[in-house]
Structure formats: C-alpha cells, structure tokens
Design a protein around this ligand. Sequence first.
Ligand SMILES: Nc1nc2c(c(=O)[nH]1)N[C@H]1C(S)=C(S)[C@@H](COP(=O)(O)OP(=O)(O)OC[C@H]3O[C@@H](n4cnc5c(=O)[nH]c(N)nc54)[C@H](O)[C@@H]3O)O[C@H]1N2
Ligand SMILES: Nc1nc2c(c(=O)[nH]1)N[C@H]1C(S)=C(S)[C@@H](COP(=O)(O)OP(=O)(O)OC[C@H]3O[C@@H](n4cnc5c(=O)[nH]c(N)nc54)[C@H](O)[C@@H]3O)O[C@H]1N2
Ligand SMILES: [Mo]
Length: 764
Amino acid sequence: MDTPFIGKKSSAAGGWGALKSCGKRLLESGMPISGARTLLKANQPDGFDCPGCAWGDPEHGSSFEFCENGVKAVAWEATEKRATPAFFAAHTVSELRNLTDYELELHGRLTHPMRYDAASDTYLPVAWDEAFAEIGAILKGLENPDRAEFYTSGRASNEAAYLYQLFVRVYGTNNFPDCSNMCHEASGVGLRQAIGVGKGTVLLEDFEKADAVFVIGQNPGTNHPRMLGDLRRAAMRGARIVVFNPIRERGLERFSDPQDKIEMLRGGSTDIASHYFQPQLGGDMAAVRGMAKAVFAAEDAAAAAGLPPVLDHAFLAEHCAGFDDYRAAVAATGWAEIEDQSGLTRDEIERAADVYINAERVICTWAMGVTQHLHSVATIREITNFMLLRGNIGRPGAGLCPVRGHSNVQGDRTVGINEKPPEAFLDALEQHFGFAVPRKHGHNVLSAIGAMLDGSAQAFIGLGGNFARATPDSALVEKALRNLKLTVNIATKPNHSHLMPGEVSYILPCLGRTEMDLNPAGQSQLISVEDSMSMVHGSAGINRPASPHLLSEVAIIAGIARVTVGTDIVDWPALANDYDHIRDHIEATIPGFEAFNKRLRKPRGFHLRNTAAHREWDTPAGKATFFSGTLPKETVHQRAKRGGGRFALQTFRSHDQYNTTVYGLDDRYRGVYGERQVIFIHPEDLKAMGAKAGERVDVVGDHDDGIERLAADFRFVPYDIPRGSIAGYYPELNVLVPLGSAGEESDTPTSKSIMVTFRKREAA
Ligand SMILES: Nc1nc2c(c(=O)[nH]1)N[C@H]1C(S)=C(S)[C@@H](COP(=O)(O)OP(=O)(O)OC[C@H]3O[C@@H](n4cnc5c(=O)[nH]c(N)nc54)[C@H](O)[C@@H]3O)O[C@H]1N2
Ligand SMILES: Nc1nc2c(c(=O)[nH]1)N[C@H]1C(S)=C(S)[C@@H](COP(=O)(O)OP(=O)(O)OC[C@H]3O[C@@H](n4cnc5c(=O)[nH]c(N)nc54)[C@H](O)[C@@H]3O)O[C@H]1N2
Ligand SMILES: [Mo]
C-alpha cells in the first residue's frame, strides 16, 4: 500500500518519545550550550515565561517542569539560524511565496528592519528611524484613524499590549482585530453573560482537589502538555477524567510522565481518561444538555426515594437566576434530538452524568473544540448551566476552566486589546491621560478583513502573529493585504503575512521572550504575562538578542507612536526606557493591579481577583444566570448526514506545530509522519466511497456563497473518528474556512465545522 506516511502511534503521550523529540529539536535548532540553561529558566521566578502555552505554573514547583512542546517553542526562538538581509536579497518575495510555512520559518530569526522594494520585488534593510518616520507619515495621512487595522497576536507582553492600545486610542480608533477573535472569544462572551466575568474561575491548586475533571474539545497532550501532568496526578489519586472528543487523542488516553523516573524506567504510563466519549462535531451542547437531563432525572428519583437531593438547592436559591426556565427547557428537549445531535447514545450520556452526580467537586475545561463552532457561545452557556446545578462554581476543587492558547492572550485582553472596550476602561484612560478616547466600537478579525476587502481599510499593523495564514479564506485575505497602502509586521521570524506587501511594507524584527531586553542604561527590563488561571507573573529573557539590530516590541511601538501622535499626551520614549512606568499606568487605569511593580517581583507573581470565583456575580441579574435556549436547529454533521457526499471537517493542530509555525512534518501521537496534507476519516467512510488509505483527493468547500474553495492533493488516513466527521491540519486547510461563516455572538470563524466534499484526483 502506498502509505509510507502512516506509521505507529505513540503508545502513550510523553515518555521517551518526548525526550527523543526534544533532543532532536535542540540539535536541529543549533541552539548553543546556553540551550540547556535557557530551558532551565522557563517558567522560573527569575527566568522567562514559556512562550508555549497559557497553562499555569505550580505554586510550589521550583524545579524545571519538563514539556516537550515548551522545548520546541523555546528552541524555535533560540535558534542560531538567521534570515539576514543577504537572505532577502537572494530571493524575490514572489519566490518566497512558493515556500511552505515550514520552509519559510526554517530560515531563522529576522535580524534587520526591512522595507519592501517593489522594483526588485525584494525586502531591503532600512534604518529604524526611517521606518518609523514613513509609517507615521502614512498613518497620519489616512482619511481617518478607522482606516487602519491594528492586529495583536497573543504573545505580546502586558506592557507591549498596553502601550499598543494606548497608542492606537490616542491615534483615534478601536480597530483591534486580535487572535482571540479566532480563539476563545466565545468563552469570554458566554461566561460574561452567565457569570459576569469572561475568564475561568479555577486556580491550578483546584486540580489537586477535584473529584472529576471534564475535558471537552481539547487536546492537551499536544497543546498544553503541562496540563497532562496535573491530569495525571488527579487520575492517580482517583479523580475521574471524563473526555469528550470526536477523535481518540493519545495524550488523553495514556501519559508517561518524563518527570517520573520510575515510570520512565519501567516504560510504564498512566491512564488519563476514565471515560472517553466521541461526540460528533458540534455535538457538545446536546451532550451537556443530555447530562443535565440525567441530573434532573436523578434529582426526581432521589426525591421520590426520600434520599438527599442531587441539586445544590441552597446555591441555586441564593446565587442563581433563571433556574426554573432552564429546567423546563431541558424537559422540553427530547432524547432523540439529543442523541442525533450529539452523536452519543443516551446510555453514554447517562454514564457521564453519573460521574458528575457522584463527584463532590467538578472542574470543566475546554478549548477550540468548543469555541470554533457556529453555536459556541450557547454551548459555553450550557456548560455553565450544567456546572451551576450542583454549585460547581466558586468553591475549592470546582469551576470553569477555558484553557487559553497563546501564552499571554488572556493578559492582552485584560490590558485593553479589545475592539469593544468596556466603558469604564475608556473612562479611566480618558481621565488618567486627558485625551478624548474613541468610543465607537472597532473592527475584530472578520470585520477588519471585510474592511480590507471593500477598500475602506488602508493600513495593517501586526503586533506578532501571521494574519494572512491564521485567518479564514486565506487566499482572499492575502489579496486583501496586498491592496493596502501600508502593511507593517512586527515579528521574530519571516512568515507568509510578510510576503503580502501593501504599497509600502515593513518587517520590523523584535526581541523574543527568551532574550535579554536592555534599556539604554543597560538595565534588564522585566515584562509580565497572565496565564489561564489569571496569575500575573514577571518574565525576563536571558539570552543575547538574535541580532544587535533588534528592538523590543515596546520600543517599536513607542517609536511608531512618537512619530504618529507626538509626545504631548504620552511620553513614549520615557515609557519604553522603563517598563515600571508603563506598569504604573496599568495600575492607575485597570482594576486588580494595585502595587503592580511590587507584587510582580514576588516569585510567583499575583492573582487577578475573579469575582465569580468568590460567588459575586457581575451580571444584569446580579446572579449567576441560567440560559435556556433551544439546541441548534442543525449542526454541520447533521447537515452532512443528509447526503450528497458531504462531510463535516474540523481543522486542528498536529503535534509538531505552533499555530501557523510548523516545526516539523510528523504527528507522532496520531501516527502520521513526513506529511501534513492529510484527512483523518473513519475506515467505513473510506470503504463506502470506494477509497483507500493514502489515496490522494482534493477537498472542496461546500458553503452556499458561490465561492469556489479548494484544498488540493490531500491523502486519507483511516482513523478512530465518528462517521461523517473528518479532520485535517490548520493552516493548510484555511483556504476552506469561509469568511462568511461566523460564530453566533462571538463572530469567530467556524474552523471546526466546515462543510466539504471530495473530488478524485486524476493520476499524475
Ligand atoms: N504545541 C502547541 N501548543 C499550543 C498551540 C499549538 O499550535 N501547538 N496553540 C495554542 C493555541 S493559540 C491554542 S488556542 C490552543 C489550542 O488547543 P486545542 O483546543 O487543544 O487545539 P486544537 O488542535 O484545535 O484541538 C482541538 C481539539 O478539540 C477536538 N474537537 C474538535 N471539534 C470538536 C467538537 O465539536 N467537540 C469536541 N468535544 N471536541 C472537538 C479535536 O479533536 C481536538 O482534539 O493551544 C495552544 N498551545
Ligand atoms: N483553520 C483554523 N484557523 C485557526 C485556528 C484553527 O484551529 N483552525 N486557530 C485560531 C487560533 S486559536 C489562533 S490563536 C490564531 C493564531 O494566529 P496568530 O497568532 O496570528 O498566529 P501564530 O501562528 O501564533 O503567529 C506566528 C508568528 O508570530 C511571530 N512571533 C512569534 N513570537 C513572537 C514574538 O515574541 N513577538 C512578535 N512580535 N512576533 C512573534 C512569528 O513571526 C511567527 O511567524 O489562529 C486561528 N486560526
Ligand atoms: Mo488560540
């Protein structure tokens, strides 16, 4: 069979495979001896925050927490390879566009500020001051500030993000498209409505106390490997781990902890999931409602038998609004509808509910499998409803835990990267800095793209990220970027967004998290980040900068700001010279940052108070609020089931990538090697189509907007996945994600429910 890329799956996540992969990655990165030292400083009080993910750090852990994908993220940044002016001189931008994301980033770290030269179709080095002057002149020359889009990726520090939002608001717009719009937006929206705060309510310690952890739509083995350590410890002390995931993900089944010497020597591993349910794509709201139905049934049975109640009546009476309506809505939802939409049987759902009922303390975590659907906000409200039934919010060992993506995506929102900023924050800015703050809501990712396409947007500034590749309908977005007057990308490595130059285009290279950030006086500057548990901690790099020409993100923002809006309102250079001053402004304008500079210097930083965790409900009703809507009329898998050779496609991450950054072509945990253009599919679906493993097909979009979408030359991988649902990698499949399909109330691209068909490829 022609399937050399399909190999053995790891028997467990972690283990020796993880160590081997790290060694390989470190060698490839050409990271010097300092590499080991660099790694030992990850997530340490006197080191830097790992740029890998937003999982929390243990309160008492003083030893290095091993994490394979953290190693990759660090090695990727600390590489010895350089994309120098000589590299850019040797290749036209059109040539570079033919490289894959993987090949492009292999060229290493950017070393000089570069300006696009249309005559030669290459990037040429430019002086920082010249770059700032021209960018400032173009921004000032736009018809009005709403013509510019200011994108943020979630790696920016609190200090950089705060300065950025301040600059942009002094300039006069709230156009803040943000990676969060494509990520956990639905969590923020749903949680704010239900419990009054758009963040998770648990601390890392709560995982030591929980009796059950529900993990919905998340693949921590790859994307939050350090979370597996916490799940493993929970499993070992008998906590139940209940997984809802259409795909059987290795890391959720078994984990061999590289930290555990005995487990490593014996080649053993620990079972993670006690229960593994495989719903259909987008079936989670139905599954959770089914569990709620089972909880109500158990409550009725207990009452009839004179047993203690299942519901937490005291909590419901004191803290909740809308309970009776919710109970009625659940009663009105039939099992047939629940089974069809969830793809799970009543029996499976009742077994999951039993775990919930028998656990005193329950945590529910989720990520992109929940947030990237049409009805994600409703699903998150339903998860909250379910957790409220037994008072599982706001007490030890229990709570809601949306697991964030980028290492500081949560912090960026906290410090003002928000296209719909709260009025209180704008008031505080206005009062503190004394300027008329723009009040009109700005663009998110989708509306920014809309504005680029209809010509009303004329400039794009990207603080990190890879806008052209991370967004839906990538082919259209690339065109849109090239129609702009100005494109600026602040970045560490070259990526495809840099190859879509507008009329004037700059790549501005910045320091990474692992590098020393020295101010003009030669003092090391500290930055801060916030993790998924709302812990704010300091981070200071230890490596020498990749090039002497790099500036920090803060310095670059200050440079652009000084030229664009002058220094009357804000003394930008002074703030860039001492980040303590930026933190003073954060403290003065954002609640929760009292004594910021002092508390940041404590070993583990500090916790930003979460009202819901204290059972204070900042909602219109002043209570935790049940939402009692109906289930979605039809999900993407239900539509696919109606026939026409259609499938419901989700796009997810391989074990060897960080979003649009591809580290390598293997996906060890899923047994795929040296190939990323693959489609995971149920073997019976293959058989029904008369297709074989490894066969090449084109994947064709089936969105009813008349636009033709094609992802060419993908190969089938038979997999343990529900029939009718398929999966493949982002960003290669972003050409199929329709711009016109956005989550209700979240406006998040629906990258986990895409309708497609297959077209046979003619043999070459
Ligand atoms: N190494 C590494 N770490 C990362 C990242 C990375 O790319 N690489 N990315 C970072 C970022 S920005 C983010 S947002 C997070 C992403 O972390 P995840 O959310 O874990 O990322 P995905 O790979 O998109 O995986 C989604 C998971 O949800 C499942 N799923 C898909 N649809 C459904 C559904 O309808 N229902 C259910 N129950 N499950 C579903 C998929 O099978 C898959 O296991 O990770 C962060 N950490
Ligand atoms: N189809 C589909 N699309 C998706 C998703 C999906 O699951 N499926 N996931 C969505 C999600 S959850 C997210 S968060 C977005 C991610 O979208 P982005 O955040 O835009 O993308 P990244 O790939 O994380 O950005 C990588 C680039 O960031 C730059 N970079 C790295 N470190 C630094 C740094 O320290 N400073 C600066 N200035 N730049 C740096 C490098 O140049 C690198 O090329 O993609 C979204 N798109
Ligand atoms: Mo994300």
